[in-house]
Design a protein around this ligand. Structure first.
Ligand code: IMP
Ligand code: MG
Length: 188
């Protein structure tokens, strides 16, 4: 057996009819996350940032990213649901799970899976901004610039992707494919 575990893993999904072309492969994902962790470590030197992972899509990203951050940091999670159609969010957001603790005077870094229209993030920035953090920044793994409806300050971005529905590495289609170890387009 000369096949590496990574090859076997990807191979198990090969030929699945719902999985289209690869948008970001495993190696590029991990390389970029290492870079982002380095940048964040420099920018937050001497501070103790609170990473706020947005469930469910960002759960893999936040866990890999946190392991690449070399300053003391903490993690908390929020779960939100955005009203709208299957593919378009309306910007009306409902909090399903709020943070465990107050964030006043904390350096908060929102960790998101993907910024599409930007409406969900706009809501989160307003909502968390109103709780008086010392600083509030965003780290998004993916962004689809073509779909943006609102201009937002996203300090850290992993990859720009084209206007296609992305699945894998935490991102789902009807709750499936979150465990795909890379980011692919949903086949149409
Ligand atoms: P927005 O409010 O339009 O920016 O949408 C944000 C949320 O919609 C993201 O946090 C994702 O949970 C979901 N979403 C947007 N685009 C995609 C995609 O291509 N694949 C999977 N989920 C997506
Ligand atoms: Mg999300």
């Amino acid at each position: 057996m000369d096949r590496s575990p990574a090859v076997q893993e990807a191979g198990a999904w090969a030929g699945h009819p719902a999985i289209g072309r690869v948008l970001v492969d495993q190696e590029r994902l991990q390389e970029r996350i290492r870079e982002l962790g380095g940048e964040i470590s420099q920018d937050y030197a001497g501070r103790n940032p609170l990473l706020v992972g947005v469930l469910k899509g960002a759960f893999l990203f936040v866990s890999d990213l946190m392991r690449r951050i070399q300053v003391p940091c903490e993690v908390d999670f929020m779960a939100v649901a955005s009203y709208g159609s299957a593919t378009d969010s309306s910007g009306v957001v409902r909090i399903l799970k709020d943070l465990d603790a107050a964030i006043a005077e904390r350096d908060v870094l929102i960790v998101e899976d993907i910024v599409d229209s930007g409406l969900t993030l706009q809501y989160l920035l307003r909502n968390l901004g109103a709780r008086n953090p010392r600083s509030l920044e965003v780290c998004a793994l993916l962004t689809k610039p073509e779909r943006r409806k609102v201009d937002l300050p996203t300090r850290y971005v992993g990859f720009e992707i084209p206007n296609e529905f992305a699945i894998g590495y935490g991102l789902d289609h009807a709750e499936r494919f979150r465990n795909l170890p890379y980011v692919a387009a949903l086949a149409d």
